[in-house]
Design a protein around this ligand. Sequence first.
Ligand SMILES: Cc1cc2nc3c(=O)[nH]c(=O)nc-3n(C[C@H](O)[C@H](O)[C@H](O)COP(=O)(O)OP(=O)(O)OC[C@H]3O[C@@H](n4cnc5c(N)ncnc54)[C@H](O)[C@@H]3O)c2cc1C
Length: 403
Amino acid sequence: MTTATVVGGGPAGLMAAEVLARAGVAVTVHDRMPSPARKFLLAGHGGLNLTHSEDRDAFLARYGSSAERLAPMLEVFGPQDLRDWCAGLGEATFVGSSGRVFPRSFRATPLVRAWFSRLADLGVRIERRSRWTGWADGGLSFADVDGRQTDVSGDVTVFALGGASWPRLGSDGGWVEPFADRGIAVAALRPANVGLRVDWTDRFADGFEGSPLKHVALSVRGRPGPGGRGDAMVTRSGIEGGPVYAIGSTIRDALDAGECVLEVDLRPALTVEQLTERLLRRRPKDSASNWLRRTLALDRVGIALLRESASGVLPTDPAVMATLVKAVPVTVSATMPIEKAISTAGGIAWSEVDDALMLRRMPGTFVAGEMLDWEAPTGGYLLQASFSTGVVAARGALAWLER
Ligand SMILES: Cc1cc2nc3c(=O)[nH]c(=O)nc-3n(C[C@H](O)[C@H](O)[C@H](O)COP(=O)(O)OP(=O)(O)OC[C@H]3O[C@@H](n4cnc5c(N)ncnc54)[C@H](O)[C@@H]3O)c2cc1C
């Protein structure tokens, strides 16, 4: 019987294991944690967003420069396939009002429980607390919790070791060094879908930590391109949320270049001219706050952000105020560390793998999931690509075994 070693038991690795086992391959999954799929389970805590229902072109565009490479993989195993797979595990899915797709229970636990049971039925063995440490002569080396080394060899290998965010859940990016030592190009792992650091004044942070900036549009000064829209959250030491994550790579580029000024459009649906016209309706007795509340319907946090950016002195000229409302400058000093990021940018360069996700330098070794160099915003795109690449790597492994 042919054997496969899957290294890493997250969504990508377990999906690869399922596809291989269904084809009659004897599969062993190694995971360094006491139980696999911890990040997947954690993702379920906030309402597991499995994929998205938007049309193919919009969906693909979320993957930016990796869209071209991922497109055929999303054809092989796309959003509807993922939904069918969930339904097959007893978890029907539904489309939320935002177009995001969730399992009916909103959680990952029932799905993971059913999945483990299916994998066991398929004969997949799971080696827990088994940490891959590198390559040994002709095989793979694993260490147990006591540091005892075991060398394993199989007919084919799929690596799905994830990125480096939330390392306490298992993926710590420890794989980068052994891969790089083999001459495999790995783009530096960087935080993605991560909050930003802003040096708010104590007054603003005390008053507005935890307040949402509702229906805003964010962009980075001097860097045109599609902005991020939605609700952003003010945190004690910065800002986070969907619209921030949507422009994460632009923010990183600006920080790398030495300056990142976020421009917050507090009224994206209105033009500067329309705002000016409304602001001209100021009553003589209006305080600045009343003026902004009454004419533009700005809330307390929006008005406070304007004050924060203007060092407390708000413009009185309607046109100047309108311009500020459309682009409130917020200086970002850094991203939060990768430990706090939802996902990871960077990873194994696309040039290192063929269309079946086999490493060009290591025939018979495949890679899947977040350890590849792609990124996407939140919205279900991360899990979708992890599952899709898991399927593609496994099918590639099967084709290679049959060659
Ligand atoms: C808080 C949070 C919420 C999220 N919510 C969502 C969401 O709603 N929707 C969405 O699309 N995405 C979400 N994500 C992202 C999503 O969980 C990841 O993109 C996905 O889990 C990546 O899958 P993966 O299989 O590539 O890697 P991982 O899930 O990271 O799995 C990798 C596995 O490899 C194991 N491993 C690592 N190194 C070794 C080693 N040396 N030896 C053996 N095993 C090793 C790890 O223990 C781990 O089990 C969320 C992430 C976080 C942190």
